[in-house]
Design a protein around this ligand. Structure first.
Ligand code: NAD
Length: 520
């Protein structure tokens, strides 16, 4: 194809193929941005039905005062249902959102190549198929590019612009600026399994499933912990919403596309749910039971029943924002007694020592392993680890009542679990007991998200900024993986993952070479 200008696609006619959930949304967004749109679907009547549905949606927006009647009418007038692929003739851009099957997408583009001009860009909304593979065998593979929208298209800002091996950089650049013109936030991605979002998000589900498998916590506790870390939905309620069949299929496809790298191993917990038809919200039962589309309340364990016993000595260990926060919170807690905590900044661990009890910020080692390392005798292993408050950016910014997981060492004294919980509550947390699993809940999940993003950057899939934009806009994470890394540090993340690796063995917790280099 001839060289293409970055703004080559502005305002040109667009042929959208597939009038399902995604195709209808793409047609709407393109029409709202001023493009004439022809909408085609193999199912007779589907394109007209999608247009009629859009008319209702737009009328609703007009009624709510979010759109003028004029703009709604013009948007609708720009969309024409097409009854054959031949009507792609004269379009400068095709966006396909048909069934997620390689053969179907290849056949469609091969058919369209005989209809459209040589300059027409062929974009695919595939969420999992290689863009390189879709382009293979076409006359002009350089014009094939991924334009991966998120559901619901009109509301979700992210668009992954996916380049296959043969995609012309100018084509990716033109789709990138078109995405901007459509009011979206495009990010460039290399065609690799899961692209950016579906790849980096895998550990969000996988860590929850791994903890469930070893019975470390209930779904309600895991969800509360990750909501406490700022995620809009916990992993279990989110998997219920997505549907376990869909979530499991994506995990399997990323796993298979990576040649069964054990890092991406699907979970038998989820396989069993899919096999049993416990698909989540849509089937009425997943991790939670749903009545009328609403989850039934799941009880959280009550960890604190009393105030902490009066202490003789309290010392804050470590440096950094978490230690600063602990000092501030312990100072407030002890103020009523008229004294404050000591501070040991050069300590090898971060946390609080309250007489014999050590309350340790997780570094990936279990409470039991720490107690053994410190040579504490059985019955006196009063060590508790607590989860990383990742939302904390400075000593002053943690909302009171933030859920935090904690675990006590095997062989601790009888009163230790209650004292640990009481102290965490006195510091302002809502403590949730979990089993003594390395890296607890939030720390291991966020470390794994960082690790996956680090690998993606190292492999040239995307930039750090693109990974952050993708995860905050594509799946509404409270912060991107590299923002989280900025609040933590590469050495401690790598150390936490190494501790998980030592505990579990296998490939899942393999540290990314990118992270290893930065940790050095
Ligand atoms: P959908 O089932 O709602 O719609 C697909 C439509 O394509 C159907 O109306 C079907 O009749 C039509 N179709 C199938 N084969 C066709 C062909 N050869 N020619 C013309 N029309 C054909 O599916 P969807 O959820 O809109 O997904 C469409 C694509 O978008 C898939 O590739 C999917 O992976 C991708 N995607 C989906 C989501 C999502 O959340 N649903 C998100 C991102 C990307």
């Amino acid at each position: 194809m001839a060289p293409m200008n970055e703004n080559a696609l502005s305002g040109t006619p667009v042929f959208v193929v597939g009038a399902g959930i995604m195709g209808a949304g793409i047609a709407q967004v393109a029409a709202q941005a001023g493009h004439p749109v022809r909408l085609f679907d193999l199912r007779p009547g589907a394109a007209a039905a999608a247009r009629a549905q859009l008319a209702d949606t737009l009328a609703g927006l007009v009624a709510k005062g979010k759109l003028t009647a004029d703009a709604a009418q013009q948007t609708l007038a720009r969309i024409t249902p097409a009854d054959s692929a031949a009507q792609a003739d004269g379009c400068s851009l095709v966006v396909e959102a048909i069934v997620e099957q390689l053969d179907a997408k290849r056949a469609l583009f091969a058919e369209l190549e005989a209809i459209v001009g040589p300059q027409c860009v062929l974009a695919t909304n595939t969420s999992s198929i290689s863009v390189t593979a879709i382009a293979a065998g076409l006359q002009h593979p350089a014009r094939v590019v991924g334009m991966h929208f998120f559901n619901p298209v009109p509301r979700m800002l992210l668009v992954e612009v996916v380049s296959g091996l043969q995609t012309a950089p100018a084509v990716a650049a033109a789709i990138f600026s078109l995405g901007q013109a459509w009011g979206k936030v495009p990010v460039h991605a290399k065609s690799t399994p899961g692209f950016i979002v579906n790849r980096i998000a895998r550990p969000y589900y996988a860590e929850a499933l791994a903890l469930l498998q070893e019975q470390a916590a209930t779904p309600a506790v895991l969800d509360a912990c990750l909501r406490g870390a700022g995620f809009r939905m916990g992993p279990c309620e989110l998997m219920d919403l997505i549907g376990h069949d869909t979530n499991f299929a994506v995990t399997r496809s990323v796993y298979d596309a990576n040649f069964q790298d054990k890092r991406y191993l699907p979970s038998s917990v989820q396989a069993e749910m899919v096999a049993g038809g416990l698909l989540g919200r849509k089937s009425g039962q997943g991790f939670y039971r749903y009545t009328g589309g609403k989850p039934e309340a799941a009880a959280l364990p009550v960890a604190v029943t009393e105030a902490p016993a009066t202490a003789r000595e309290v010392t804050v260990h470590g440096s950094g924002p978490v230690a600063d926060f602990l000092e501030q919170a312990a100072t407030a807690a002890l103020a009523v007694q008229g004294w404050g905590p000591a501070r040991h900044r050069d300590s090898a661990w971060t946390g609080l020592q309250i007489d014999r009890l050590r309350l340790v910020l997780t570094d990936g080692r279990t409470a039991t392993a720490l107690a053994a390392e410190w040579g504490l005798p059985a019955g006196q292993r009063d060590v508790a680890v607590f989860d990383r408050p990742v939302a904390l950016t400075s000593a002053a910014t943690l909302p009171p009542g933030t859920a935090v997981a904690y675990a006590v060492a095997h062989g601790c004294s009888e009163g230790c679990p209650q004292q640990a919980a009481a102290w965490l509550a006195a510091l302002g947390f809502a403590p949730l007991p979990v089993a003594d699993a390395p890296g607890l809940v939030v720390a291991r999940t966020v470390a794994m998200l960082i690790n996956e993003a680090a690998d993606a950057v190292q492999q040239g899939v995307c930039t750090e900024a693109a990974a952050d934009a993708a995860m905050t806009l594509g799946v509404n994470y409270p912060a991107g993986p590299f923002e989280h890394l900025g609040r933590w540090n590469a050495r401690d993340v790598a150390r936490l993952l190494d501790a998980l690796d030592a505990h579990y063995r296998g490939e899942r917790y393999r540290v990314s070479p990118w992270l290893r280099l930065r940790a050095a």
